[in-house]
Write a protein that binds this ligand. Structure first.
Ligand SMILES: Nc1ncnc2c1ncn2[C@@H]1O[C@H](COP(=O)(O)OP(=O)(O)OP(=O)(O)O)[C@@H](O)[C@H]1O
Length: 486
C-alpha cells in the first residue's frame, strides 16, 4: 500500500508544537501545563470528559484566547503574539461548538468575512461560488440556499455552512482545521460525508483536529488520539488498532453495556397520557403511557422536532418540560448563573407565600447540578463560563428538576461526554420507573437502544412504529428510506 500524503508529511515535520501551555480563568485552571503537537496532514482526535480543557486548548491554538504561560511554535516559528488574525493568515481555521456565523448575513456574505481578498466588483459572485463549491464538495446534495440568511437555516444547515466555510481557500491556504463537535448538530448522512471529506483533506496535506464525544468517529478517521483530563494530557496513542472500549478506558471510564429490559408489564395496564394524532392518516398517532421511553428516529429534519413541539403545545392535562437541542437559541439564558438557569422551569413550585424561596431554589439547583455532575466552581457560576457539554447538562437538569411528567428531549445529549451519558441514560430509566414519560428525539442510533418503542419519521410523518426487541439499525434505515412497511 502506498503511504498517504499525511504519512509522508508526518514524517517530514510538525505544523504545531505547544509546550507547557497554561490557561487560567481567575481561580479556574483550565490548562495546567499541556504539551501538544500536530504534524502536517495529520488527523488528530481529541477526547476527554466535559470540562477537561479541550476547547480551551483549541482556543489557545487558534488564537481566540491568549495563553497564560507556555511556548507556541507554528510552522517552525516560535510565536509570542498569536491572535485570530495571525492564525487565519497561517491557514489555521476553527469550527467552534457555538457557531461563529453572523446570523443576519447569508452564507455567501459570511464566506466573504474571512476572505478579505474577495473585494471589488463581483465579490458576491466569487464568494457565492466559493461557498457553494465547498458545500458541494463536503456535503453533496445539501440543498442549502447560500443567499438565505443564516438565521433562516436549520441548526444542521448552519453547521454545514460553518464547516464548509472553514475549508474554503482563496489566497489564504488552509493548513489546519480544528473541528469542535462538528457533527453534534448534523444528521447521519452529512456526518458521514464530513468524515469522508476529512480523510480526503488530510491526503491533500490539511491537518485536522477533531474533538468529539462520538468515539466511533474518532476511530473512523483519526491517525492519533490524545486524551485530556482536568486540564492535562493523560493519553497519546496512534489510533490504529484501538477499540471503542480502549478509548473509554483511556478516558478513565468503564463502559457498561445496557441490556434492554423487557418492556415492563405494568405499562400495559396504564392508560396513555400522551395521545397525539398525526396530521393525516399516513402519520401515526403517538401514544405514551407513564413509564414509557419513546424514541423518535429517522433521518434528521424529517419532522421529529416539529412533532415534539406539537406534542408540547397539545399536552394540557399534565406538566410538560422540554430540553432543547439548539441551546444557544432556545435553551440557555446566557447572562444568568447555573442556579438561575436550572430553576427557571420550577419557579411556580418554588413559591412560598407569593415569593420564590431563595433557599429552596438553591437547594434544588444544588441537588440537580450534583446529580448531573455539572463541572463548575459553584452553582453561582455564570453559565457561559461552562464547557459546552456542561451547559447541556444544566438544560437537562432544568427539565428533570421540574414537575414535568412528560419530558420532551430534542437531541439533548449533544456534546455530553461518554461517561456522563451513561449516567444520564440510567437517570432517564430511573425517572421512567417512577412514572415519568420521555419522548426522545436523537440523531445517535446507540441512544435509541434505551427506548422501549420508536417512531420512525419520514417526510414530516411518523411512518413506522418499532417496539422493544425489534429495534435495530436495519429496521430503522428501512423505514427511514421507505422500504418494507415504511
Ligand atoms: N471563559 C471562561 N471563564 C471561566 N471558566 C472557563 C471559561 N472557559 C472555560 N472555562 C472552564 O475551563 C474548564 C475547561 O473548559 P473547556 O470548555 O475547555 O472544556 P471541554 O473539554 O471543551 O468540555 P466539553 O466537552 O464540555 O466541551 C471548565 O471548567 C470551564 O468551566
Amino acid at each position: 500500500m502506498q503511504p498517504s500524503q499525511a504519512a509522508v508529511d508526518i514524517a517530514a515535520g510538525l505544523l504545531i508544537e505547544a509546550r507547557g501551555i497554561r490557561k487560567s480563568f481567575g481561580a479556574v485552571h483550565a490548562l495546567v501545563g499541556v504539551d501538544f503537537s500536530l504534524a502536517l496532514g495529520e488527523v488528530l482526535g481529541l477526547v476527554g470528559h466535559n470540562g477537561a480543557g479541550k476547547s480551551t486548548l483549541m482556543n489557545v491554538i487558534s488564537g481566540a484566547i491568549q495563553r497564560t504561560e507556555g511556548k507556541f511554535i507554528y510552522s517552525g516559528q516560535a510565536v509570542d503574539r498569536w491572535g485570530a488574525a495571525e492564525a487565519q493568515a497561517g491557514g489555521l481555521r476553527c469550527i467552534f461548538q457555538e457557531l461563529s456565523l453572523c446570523a443576519n448575513l447569508s452564507a455567501t456574505e459570511n464566506a466573504r468575512i474571512i476572505h478579505r481578498s474577495l473585494r471589488g466588483v463581483g465579490w458576491r459572485h466569487k464568494a457565492r461560488r466559493l461557498i457553494t463549491k465547498a458545500l458541494d464538495d463536503i456535503f453533496p446534495g445539501h440543498g442549502i440556499d447560500v443567499d438565505a440568511k443564516i438565521a433562516d437555516l436549520s441548526i444542521g444547515e448552519r453547521q454545514m455552512v460553518e464547516i464548509a466555510r472553514a475549508f474554503t481557500k482563496t489566497v489564504d491556504k488552509v493548513r489546519c482545521v480544528i473541528l469542535d463537535e462538528p457533527t453534534s448538530a448534523l444528521g447521519h448522512k452529512p456526518a458521514e460525508q464530513l468524515l469522508a471529506y476529512i480523510k480526503t483533506a488530510s491526503m491533500r496535506g490539511v491537518a485536522c483536529i477533531l474533538i468529539t464525544h462520538r468515539l466511533n468517529e474518532i476511530l473512523a478517521v483519526c491517525d492519533r488520539v490524545v486524551v485530556m483530563m482536568d486540564g492535562a494530557i493523560v493519553g497519546d496513542r496512534p489510533a490504529a488498532g484501538l477499540t471503542r472500549s480502549d478509548l473509554v478506558g483511556m478516558m478513565g471510564n468503564i463502559e457498561t453495556p445496557h441490556e434492554r429490559n423487557a418492556v415492563p408489564t405494568r405499562k400495559a395496564t396504564q392508560a396513555p397520557i400522551v395521545n397525539h394524532a398525526g396530521i393525516d392518516g399516513a402519520d401515526l398517532p403517538i401514544n405514551a403511557a407513564p413509564g414509557d421511553i419513546i424514541g423518535f428516529a429517522g433521518l434528521d429534519g424529517h419532522g421529529q422536532r416539529e412533532r415534539l413541539r406539537a406534542i408540547y403545545a397539545a399536552t394540557r392535562k399534565v406538566p410538560v418540560a422540554f430540553v432543547a437541542g439548539d441551546r444557544g437559541v432556545e435553551g440557555v439564558m446566557p447572562l444568568w448563573s447555573i442556579a438561575d438557569n436550572l430553576t427557571l422551569r420550577s419557579l411556580n413550585a418554588l413559591r412560598k407565600g407569593g415569593f420564590v424561596s431563595p433557599s429552596a431554589a438553591r437547594a434544588l439547583a444544588q441537588t440537580w447540578s450534583q446529580r448531573l455532575k455539572v463541572k463548575a466552581p459553584s452553582i453561582d457560576t455564570p453559565i457561559l463560563s461552562l464547557s459546552g457539554g456542561n451547559q447541556q447538562k444544566v438544560l437537562f437538569a432544568r427539565a428533570l428538576a421540574s414537575d414535568g411528567q412528560v419530558i420532551l428531549l430534542d437531541d439533548p445529549m449533544r456534546g455530553v461526554d461518554v461517561g456522563t451519558k451513561q449516567e444520564v441514560y440510567q437517570l432517564i430509566r430511573d425517572e421512567a420507573e417512577r412514572g415519568r414519560i420521555f419522548i426522545w428525539y436523537t440523531t445517535e442510533f446507540e441512544e435509541l437502544k434505551n427506548c422501549d418503542r420508536l417512531y420512525v419519521f419520514r417526510e414530516g410523518r411518523a411512518v413506522a412504529e418499532v417496539a422493544g426487541n425489534e429495534i435495530d439499525h436495519n429496521r430503522i434505515l428501512e423505514a427511514s428510506f421507505g422500504g418494507a412497511d415504511g
